[in-house]
Each structure stands twice: as structure tokens, then as C-alpha cells.
Design a protein around this ligand. Structure first.
Ligand code: ATR
Length: 271
């Protein structure tokens, strides 16, 4: 039998860590499979996916900027994909394309790694883009009370949960148990969405845990500030690995070697 073909599609995709941790995981599990990175611009995305589907490939991870386009072209969608409007995994069955969203599982599992039991917590999500919607879905499905703040308020209001103003975040933070940050602020390693004093005040209140979905070779500015304030904090690397492990379940129907994935992802991220 020909090897199972998997991969990641994005534009650009050169920065993607996925091949660096999928390949060792596939080798560890003894799978006869390949994992390729496909750089495909938006204009060619649909044709690329349809062609790959009929070529016998098993499926793909889908990353920026194609998650909405993948949602639109999928023939079937998981419930989470329907609720978030974003597809980050496509699975092929001949020409039929199933779309799933494993980012929400990634958020829930990454919070679990930080010791959070989601049910009953009061959580604040910063950001209302694709990652923000996945975080809101994970928290709401896990029976947390969810509040969202986004720079552009209208985008948060579309999510159907309580919304607070962007400027009111420092004030609201001491009343929150868990903070999930999903904006792109901090990607440069410099700017942080919250200053140290806001985090210290929040830590004196209810706040205990911070998940930053951004990741960098070193600590993100938010993770650094949160740990400094005595909070439990983690970045997006484990979320990335957990969403991939859920994709593995969809591709193969069994469990991914998640610690192999995590170790390889950490190495590829420069740690
Ligand atoms: P993703 O799918 O990765 O979440 P996205 O849909 O482009 O990406 O969303 C980016 C998020 O970062 C949004 O919440 C965006 O806020 P707006 O909706 O107001 O654009 C947020 N964001 C980006 N730059 C920001 C900044 N400088 N300050 C605050 N929020 C910012």
C-alpha cells in the first residue's frame, strides 16, 4: 500500500512547526505516512484541496489564512466547526471533504495541562478572531462562565457571550479565574496586552491561571508577566500539540504519541 499522505496547508507555511513534530510522531508510531507542508495562496486553495482529496491523501491541517475557506468548501462539518465558523482540519474520503475544528480541543487540553477544571470557572477571553472563537467554544462547552473583550467590540458581540470593553479589562481581571489571550499582541516578544501592575492586582483577587495562545522560543511577554505575578501560566505550544493530537485521532482513529510531539515541537520552537 502507498504511504498515507498528510500535511499542513497555509500561506505562508514555512514558519509552521507542524512538519517538525508530525514526522517524528509518525515515525515513533511506526506509521507508513508522509507529512508535507503546502504553501498555497488563497486564489488556488479550493482547487488544491479538491485535487488532493481525489489523489488519495488522508487529510490536512489547515492554517492561516485558509480556515474560513476550508469551512466554506467542506461537504460535512463537525459541531465545533459549525459553531466556530472555522475549519483547521480536513479529512478526505474520496472526493468528500469533512471539516473539523480541533483548536477548541487544543485550548481545553492546554488549560487542563495548567491544572484548570473548566466546569464552573469564570473565564475571560481576549480576542474574537479564529483562536478567540475556538477558546470561547471550548470554555462554553465545558460549562465555564465566559466573558470576551476584543479591540473591535462588534466582533466580540457576535459570539453570544457577555462582552466587556477593551479598556475595562484590567478592572474586570480580579473577578476572573482564568484568562485566555488569543490576540496577536506579543508575537513580537515585546508588547504585552496587560501590564505587570494589572496582573499583580488580578493575582491578589481571583485570577489564578493565564493561557497565552501565542508561542515564541522564549516566554511570551504575557506569560513572563503572569509568572512574575505568581500566576500559573502557559503558552500556545501545548495547544498546538493538542490540536494536532485531535487531528491524529481524526486521521487514524487512535491516540497520538503526544509527548513525542511535544518534545519535538519544543525543539523546533527553539527551546
Ligand atoms: P486568529 O484567527 O489567529 O485569531 P484574527 O482572526 O486575525 O486571527 O484575529 C486576531 C485577533 O487579534 C483579533 O481579536 C484582533 O482584534 P480586532 O478584531 O480588533 O482586529 C486582535 N488584535 C490584533 N492586533 C491587535 C492589537 N494591536 N491590539 C489588540 N488586539 C489586536
Amino acid at each position: 500500500m502507498a504511504p498515507t499522505r498528510l500535511g499542513v496547508v497555509g500561506h505562508p507555511v514555512a514558519h509552521s512547526l507542524s512538519p517538525a513534530f508530525w514526522e517524528p510522531a509518525l515515525a515513533h508510531a511506526g506509521r507508513d505516512a508522509t507529512f508535507e507542508a503546502f504553501d498555497v495562496p488563497s486564489a488556488g486553495f479550493e482547487a488544491f484541496i479538491r485535487e488532493l482529496a481525489v489523489s488519495g491523501a488522508r487529510g490536512l491541517n489547515v492554517t492561516i489564512p485558509h480556515k474560513t475557506a476550508a469551512y466554506e468548501l467542506a461537504d460535512r462539518r463537525s459541531n465545533v466547526a459549525e459553531r466556530t465558523g472555522a475549519v483547521n482540519v480536513v479529512v478526505f474520503d474520496g472526493a468528500e471533504i469533512s471539516g473539523a475544528n480541533t483548536d477548541a480541543h487544543g485550548v481545553a487540553a492546554a488549560l487542563g495541562d495548567l491544572g484548570v477544571t473548566i466546569a464552573g470557572v469564570r473565564a475571560l477571553v481576549l480576542g474574537a478572531g479564529g483562536a478567540g472563537r475556538a477558546a470561547v467554544d471550548a470554555l462554553r462547552s465545558g460549562s465555564a462562565t465566559v466573558v470576551v473583550a476584543n479591540r473591535t467590540r462588534g466582533r466580540a458581540e457576535a459570539l453570544g457571550v457577555e462582552v466587556i470593553g477593551w479598556a475595562d479589562v484590567p478592572l474586570a481581571l480580579p473577578e476572573i479565574d482564568v484568562l485566555v489571550h488569543t490576540t496577536s499582541v506579543g508575537l513580537d516578544g515585546k508588547a504585552s496586552v496587560l501590564d505587570d501592575s494589572a496582573l499583580r492586582e488580578a493575582a491578589a483577587g481571583r485570577l489564578r491561571t493565564v493561557l497565552d495562545v501565542v508561542y515564541r522560543p522564549d516566554e511570551t511577554p504575557l506569560v513572563h508577566a503572569a509568572r512574575h505575578a505568581g500566576l500559573v501560566a502557559g503558552d500556545g505550544l501545548r495547544m498546538l500539540v493538542h490540536q494536532a493530537a485531535e487531528a491524529w485521532r481524526l486521521f487514524f482513529g487512535d491516540e497520538a504519541p503526544i509527548e513525542v510531539m511535544h518534545a519535538a515541537a519544543a525543539r523546533a520552537a527553539g527551546r
